[in-house]
Design a protein around this ligand. Structure first.
Ligand code: OSB
Ligand code: MG
Length: 372
């Protein structure tokens, strides 16, 4: 059976604001709420959804919510509405012309995948070729006082989370990791510096190399693959790249130059599932694992991440922990909660979650409809 092309007959773009239960501090700053664009594509009464992972300001990467809204509203959505698409590759053809803006492009591609899977009445993971009914997850702990961090790490390990990722920055690094390692000698520990260091910080890197970490995530500049290769050549611990990998070409160069031995894939960061698949397969060819990162997503992005994590080479625990760790209430009806460090894949077609529309309306800052 060949599926008929999907005609996009409407779209909706919302800006949504969800308060965070606890502020989240990383090297680039503190987040108190999750503000994100939510894109819905419609075809024949079916809806596909995706959320953007860009921040209000360009601090994690160089994209912004304002830039995403502009590109979607003025360029991409008008090119989609009223047209028919055979598959995600056809949608991607609209996107390749524009440089950068991988997070914005990902929204379009991911919403189409959800729509497409629902039109075929298949779970997204089945279309992607995923292999699991549940995925292994860990937690990412924001920067805080050392004693408090140990307490939070202990609590999450007791809940069954499979690894603890500690956010670090200059002044909050070696002492913190040493204390957590001493308190929890057998745990899987990692650190994430969100680009806060340079090669001049070799002493800190060397100290971190001694704590049996699973990997050190994105220690150096967000766009510097070369210096990560220099660092990796001087370290035993694996370097994991996050910010540096926005495309499969970045992954190819990072792998070939020895800059990384494990990649944090965020489908919302790399332009969508097709680019994700390329990065996933490149790493597999190098026999390196990948894992699924997070951006404090709502239930829509979280469900996408869960489906993605069912692919074979997602061989390390991801950051896709329980929604209730982040939000008092989520915008989807289905609970996305891990048990014993395992997050079940939502059943049902597409991403398998549905919008709680009355709550979504309450947390929506602005809505634009296409056609208006
Ligand atoms: O670098 O992985 C990151 C959150 C915001 C910005 C960047 C990062 C993160 C996380 C949180 O680590 C992962 C999550 O719990 O969603
Ligand atoms: Mg990271």
């Amino acid at each position: 059976m060949t599926a008929s092309p999907l005609k996009i007959d409407g779209a909706e773009l919302r800006l949504v604001r969800l308060p965070l239960l606890t502020p989240f501090t990383i090297a680039t700053g503190t987040m108190h709420e999750k503000l994100f664009p939510l894109l819905t594509l419609r075809s024949n009464g079916i809806e596909g959804h995706a959320e953007g992972v860009m921040d209000p300001l360009p601090d994690y990467l160089d994209e912004t919510i304002a830039g995403a809204m502009m590109l979607l509203r003025d360029v991409l959505i008008p090119q989609l509405v009223g047209k028919s698409f055979e598959n995600p590759a056809a949608v991607a053809q609209l996107l390749v012309h524009w440089r950068g803006h991988y997070m914005t492009k990902a929204m379009v591609e991911m919403a189409f995948w959800d729509l497409w899977a629902k039109s075929l009445n298949l779970p997204l993971k089945t279309l992607l070729g995923g292999e699991r009914d549940a995925i292994d997850v860990g937690v990412s702990l924001g920067i805080g006082p050392i004693e408090d961090t140990i307490e939070r790490a202990r609590k999450h390990l007791a809940l069954g989370y499979k690894r603890i990722k500690l956010k670090i920055m200059p002044g909050h690094d070696v002492k913190l990791v040493e204390a957590v390692r001493n308190a929890l000698p057998d745990s899987h520990l990692t650190v994430d510096a969100n680009s806060a260091y340079t090669l001049a910080d070799m002493e800190v890197m060397k100290a971190l190399d001694g704590f049996g970490l699973d990997y050190i995530e994105q220690p150096l500049a967000w766009d510097d693959i070369h210096d990560h290769a220099v660092l990796q050549s001087r370290m035993n611990t694996a370097i994991c790249l996050d910010e540096c990998i926005r495309t499969a070409e970045h992954a190819r160069k990072a792998l070939a130059s020895g800059a990384t031995r494990v990649i944090n894939i965020k489908v919302g960061r790399v332009g969508g599932y097709q680019e994700t698949r390329r990065i996933h397969d490149l790493c597999a060819a190098w026999t390196f694992p990948v894992w699924c990162g997070g951006m404090l997503e709502s239930g829509i992005g979280r469900a996408h991440n869960i489906h993605l994590s069912t692919l074979a080479n997602f061989r390390k625990p991801g950051d896709t922990s329980s929604s209730s760790r982040y939000f008092a209430k989520d915008i989807v009806n289905e609970a996305l909660e891990a048990t014993d460090g395992r997050m079940p894949v939502p059943k049902g077609p597409g991403i398998g979650v549905t919008l709680d529309r009355s709550f979504l309306d309450k947390v929506t800052v602005a809505t634009e409809r296409f056609p208006a």
